[in-house]
Design a protein around this ligand. Structure first.
Ligand code: UDP
Length: 443
């Protein structure tokens, strides 16, 4: 049998490209007849924008390159045999049909989110339910992927927002046409959601996670500030430092920054706080400063001097290396899925403070459904100038709950962490389902 090539088309953001590359590496370990190529480009999420056409052109160009290579005389080069599109690149799935090969989908978000959007699309298409206009009397939404109904505050932006909903519905309808879906999760964590998709006309779902790219942090950060932070961490007692980090895009206004600073001081706990200044009104949204010097003047007066022993503030931290450090005892997180998996991997319990996208749903799942995490502020949503403010005393309480109470949750978290590692080992459930995908693909 000739060798077969899969062309990966990830969405062009760090938190989508990185797990896709790691997922591809896992697939490659299962069969030497498989090879993989990545097609990278800049693409806005809205497929109506002009740049989208050039992305499609780019995918075709890379695919034609593979086809031409394999046709070279006696080359023995692998045949293009399938595409793996990021779930948010589903608008490009038509190119697979042009090349006469199957389209698979890779979902960096978890199985619960996937089951959730499939259900919302079905409600919309079959029962004309518009989740952006639920009557006030509907306080929650029952979904097959969770045992508990989802409160309104936990609805992901993509189903609660009028601009996003049609885009998400389009993605979801197309994803239903995929030959299979690879998901960055593991059965031990999300068995209920995974099983719920079995009878919902959904293509076969292959959990292949948790995908945690452990190599990146070791090599990528070697600046003076980061080195100083690690030296400081080395001097702290085990499990004594609370780590606060809100993903690649999480920012707070100055009022909220002040409350966090006071909350940290009042809690009396050691801390490492990743803080970023939001872009100003005339700057693009992606213009988030990670420069530490830029932050000093948004912290309360005297904060840095008062906390020189107890904590550190930084504009960007190598999160995985930080979570792996023995001094870290808790993580105040925005509940991005990568952050949750990384925190599970290193057995650092989370206090949930979701901000945007599907993070409220992730936080609901962790705190209410799975009873794994504690709450910082579940119903928080980052909205720009109308952001709600979480007070210093709520933050203090949240940090104390995370660091001082909840032994039961810590034990559960550690058990899940062990399962997260075992599932990727030979005969683990994600290892098996990755192998099943490769066998199904190679035929
Ligand atoms: N990250 C990091 N340092 C930071 C902020 C983020 O290393 O200061 C990494 C984090 O480890 C994770 C990714 O960026 O791998 C964020 O992904 P996630 O899905 O948690 O959140 P998103 O950025 O997509 O909201």
């Amino acid at each position: 049998m000739s060798n077969k090539e899969l062309l990966f088309v990830p969405a062009p953001t760090v938190s989508h490209v990185s797990p896709a590359v790691e997922a591809a590496k896992l697939l490659l370990t299962h069969d030497r007849r498989l090879s993989v190529t990545f097609c990278l480009f800049n693409m806005p999420f809205d497929p109506k924008l002009a740049q989208y056409n050039s992305s499609e052109g780019r995918v075709r160009e890379v695919a034609r390159g593979i086809v031409a290579r394999s046709a070279g005389s006696g080359s023995g080069n692998p045949l293009l045999a399938g595409f793996v599109f990021d779930m948010f690149c589903s608008a490009l799935m038509g190119t697979a049909a042009e090349f006469g090969v199957p389209a698979y989908v890779f979902s960096p978000p978890n199985a619960t989110f996937l089951g959730f959007v499939f259900h919302v699309q079905k409600l919309h298409d079959e029962e004309r339910v518009d989740t952006t206009e639920l009557p006030d009397s509907v306080g929650e939404l029952a979904v097959p992927c969770l045992t508990r109904p989802v409160p309104r505050w936990a609805l992901p932006d993509v189903v609660a927002d009028k601009v996003w909903l049609p885009i998400m519905l389009g993605h979801t309808r197309r994803i239903r046409e995929a030959k299979g879906i690879l998901v960055n999760t593991f059965r031990e964590l999300e068995s209920y959601a995974l099983d719920s998709m079995g009878d919902d006309d959904v293509p076969p779902v292959y959990p292949v996670g948790p995908i945690v790219n452990l190599e990146v942090d070791d090599v990528a950060y070697d600046d003076d500030r980061t080195n100083e932070i690690f030296r400081w961490l080395d001097d702290q007692p085990d499990s004594s430092v609370v780590f606060l980090c809100f993903g690649t895009m999480g920012t707070f206004g100055e009022d909220q920054v002040r409350e966090i600073a006071y909350g940290l001081e009042q809690s009396g706990h050691r801390f490492l706080w990743v803080l970023r200044r939001p872009p100003s009104d005339h700057e693009p949204k992606s213009n988030i400063s990670t420069d530490y010097d830029d932050l000093i003047d948004i912290l309360p007066e005297g904060f840095s001097d008062r906390t020189v022993e107890a904590g550190r503030v930084v504009g960007w931290a190598p999160q995985k290396a930080i979570l792996a450090h023995k001094a870290i005892g808790g993580f105040v997180s925005h509940c991005g899925w990568n952050s949750i998996l990384e925190s599970l991997w290193f057995a650092v319990p989370i206090a949930a403070w979701p901000m945007y996208a599907e993070q409220q749903l992730n936080a609901f799942q962790l705190v209410v459904e799975l009873e794994l995490a504690t709450e910082m502020k579940l119903s928080y949503r980052m909205k720009g100038e109308n952001d709600m403010i979480v007070s210093a005393s709520e933050i203090e309480r949240g940090i104390r709950r995370l660091m001082e109470e909840g032994m039961e949750k810590r034990v559960k978290w550690e058990e899940m962490s062990e399962m997260a590692r075992k599932t990727l080992m030979v005969s683990g459930s994600s290892f098996s389902s990755t192998g099943r995908f490769v066998r199904d693909f190679l035929g």
